[in-house]
Design a protein around this ligand. Structure first.
Ligand code: F0G
Length: 352
């Protein structure tokens, strides 16, 4: 039994990495594909969760970031910059720390989950809050890095990010021994759906798998430009990770949808939160709100008859629930402490 080497080593023959490059890895990837018994029962399908919150910084971004920071170092760049709703900044900060490179992150003011901010702080990134949303931050990051080429842009507009993220599709096929019939995932800036579709496409092209899944992309209803077919000026959702109005990988997402005979749909915050609580309570998996959009979308598509019974379905849950404790605890009643007394415990449990 050998230790998981990280995704660059695991899939080196499918990634464009120079032989003599120094690899920057935190042993990302190799995440569990967890059978989801309750979701399977609800849908009559074999549903699995691809638990990306178990990556080193708690989200799928690490897959792209091991590639992006390895690439930036090989190019001789001194620092990396990104715009972020939180997870990309946490990941960039960690990999830059590992590489001993500088890191700065542009985040929308007041709209990122506390855990993600804590990560960027601890890994020593320069944190710049911007009076604007993610789309403004990304535009700013693009302009800055084009003016200062010694700073590497590590958003998913950097193609090596997508290359790293496609490995999640490889892992799923490697475990299942085939491609799933349906793959559901949340969609924000649309890099990840683009990456999965590329991963499945490469395995299919090379005969590793015989089919490709229908892609089911899920946006938050208040931030669903791909569903409406036009950018959303002021995106709003509780799922701050996907609060994005003008996705950079727009065509990648539309191609994934159309080539796979799939769909991109919207889920309301209410439905997202319902799915968020459901998988925590029934599957034992605590994800952040944006991640639960995949499950919300699956259940809605199933209710419409889009999901045939007996199919193999994978839902990517993209980020760890611990990143956003505020949403988890909101609405929790204040509980009064009890005396150190078994009778008081019995009363609290309503046993007495
Ligand atoms: N889920 C989570 C937890 C995310 O953090 C993101 C994106 C997505 C889903 C959507 O993925 O953008 O590839 O469509 N977060 C980015 C960030 C925007 O800055 O961390 P996508």
């Amino acid at each position: 039994h050998r230790a998981w080497p990280g995704l660059i080593e695991a899939y080196r023959d499918r990634l464009d990495i120079g032989e003599n490059w120094k690899t920057i890895t935190l042993r990302e990837g190799g995440t569990p594909l967890l059978p989801a018994a309750h979701l399977s029962e609800l849908t009559g399908c074999d549903v699995y969760l691809k638990v990306e919150g178990l990556n080193p910084t708690g989200s799928f971004k690490d897959r792209g970031m091991t590639m992006a920071v390895t690439d930036a170092l090989a190019r001789g760049q001194q620092a990396v910059l990104c715009a972020s709703t939180g997870n990309t900044s946490a990941s960039a900060a960690a990999y830059a720390a590992k590489a001993k490179m500088g890191c700065a992150v542009l985040v929308p003011q007041g709209k990122i989950a506390m855990g993600k901010l804590a990560q960027a702080v601890m890994h020593g990134a320069k944190i710049i809050q911007v009076e604007g949303n993610f789309d403004d931050c990304l535009e700013l990051a693009r302009k800055t890095t084009s003016e200062f080429p010694t700073i590497g842009l590590v958003n998913s507009v950097n193609p090596v990010r997508i290359e790293g993220q496609k490995t999640a599709a490889f892992e799923i096929c490697d475990v299942l021994g085939k491609a799933p019939d349906i793959h559901a995932l949340p969609v924000g800036n649309a890099g990840n759906i683009t990456a999965y579709w590329r991963g499945y496409g490469e395995y299919h092209r090379d005969g590793v798998v015989e089919s490709r899944p229908r892609m089911l992309g899920v946006q938050a209803a208040g931030a669903a430009p791909l569903v409406h077919g036009a950018p959303v000026k002021n995106p709003e959702t509780i799922a701050t990770a996907i609060r994005i109005g003008d996705p950079a990988s727009w065509t990648g997402a539309i191609n994934a949808r159309d080539e796979s005979n799939g769909q991109i749909r919207a889920a309301t915050d209410e439905k997202i939160l319902e799915a968020y609580r459901l998988i925590a309570a029934t599957e034992g998996v605590f994800v952040e709100p944006a991640s639960a959009a995949s499950v919300a979308g699956l259940l809605a598509a199933h209710a419409e008859g889009w999901v045939e019974p007996g199919q193999t379905v994978v839902c990517t849950v993209t980020g760890n629930g611990l990143k956003d404790p505020d949403t988890a605890l909101s609405g929790m009643p204040d509980v009064k402490p009890i005396p150190v007394d078994p009778n008081a415990v019995a009363t609290a449990l309503e046993l007495a």
